[in-house]
Design a protein around this ligand. Structure first.
Ligand code: AP5
Length: 213
């Protein structure tokens, strides 16, 4: 299954992708995670991406499309994948379609996770992350011990772009550049809308139902 998780920053794409990986045994491909790892490692890609990410803007299409093109050729993608945070512009969606056509593939479902803006700000400002990839929320999904990852014991941190001012910029960028993809995929007959407000289990159940179990 080739699935796109579409939704604004903080909609819960990463949280739900982790559960979908466990259920369907296919990889999550998060351009945000790939870019953050590059920034951490200080690679050329990371140096290019950092200023865009810190300001809440999008990394240029050509850079991100190049990353995805390479990633989709890897062996673990043979049975499908969950795209989280890609595509984010119409140009990226067009490029994805062309890359997949060249591989004799196509996207099966696009799930749009819908959450009101007030909730998004609260979710993102309270998010805490761990180097191991685990994610928490100070109120909605707290770790057992404050500031410490349940899974690996690592120290939790707040993402650089989770400051309120940057969150507002990211939401504006989403409205302007990414929200048009909802109509794009609706027109293609691939869009499934789900209510992204509720418990993590409820939302997971809605996604699984939307994509046919
Ligand atoms: P990226 O990492 O993709 O960030 P994003 O899209 O802004 O999404 P988030 O990771 O912030 O949110 P999410 O929807 O995954 O929510 P989460 O599950 O964490 O991108 C970061 C940056 O990289 C971009 O700004 C851009 O610069 C660059 N970039 C990435 N991809 C790009 C691309 N394709 N093109 C160009 N640039 C690109 O949940 C959020 C919080 O809410 C957590 O604390 C969680 O515990 C909590 N939560 C989750 N579900 C619920 C619930 N149901 N109820 C209450 N709380 C919940």
């Amino acid at each position: 299954m080739r699935l796109i998780l579409l939704g604004p920053p903080g909609a819960g794409k990463g949280t739900q992708a982790e559960r979908l990986v466990a259920k369907y045994q296919i990889p999550q491909i998060s351009t945000g995670d790939i870019l953050r790892a590059a920034v951490r490692d200080g690679t050329d890609l990371g140096k290019t991406a950092k200023s865009y990410m810190d300001s809440g803007g999008l990394v240029p299409d050509a850079v991100v499309i190049g990353i995805i093109e390479e990633r989709l050729k890897e062996d673990d993608c043979a049975n499908g994948y969950i795209l989280d945070g890609f595509p984010r512009t119409v140009a990226q969606a067009d490029a994805l379609k062309n890359v997949l056509a060249g591989m004799g593939q196509a996207i099966d479902h696009v799930v749009s996770v819908e959450v009101p803006n007030e909730d998004l700000v609260e979710r993102l400002s309270g998010r805490r992350s761990c180097k191991c990839g685990a994610m928490y929320h100070v109120t909605f999904n707290p770790p057992k011990k404050e500031g410490v990852c349940d899974k690996c014991g690592g120290e939790l941190f707040q993402r650089a772009d989770d400051q309120e001012e940057t969150i507002r910029s990211r939401l504006a960028v989403y409205e302007e550049q990414t929200a048009p993809l909802i109509a794009y995929y609706e027109k293609a007959g691939l869009l499934r809308r789900i209510d992204g407000v509720g418990s993590l289990d409820e939302i997971f159940g809605r996604i699984v139902e939307a994509i046919g179990g």
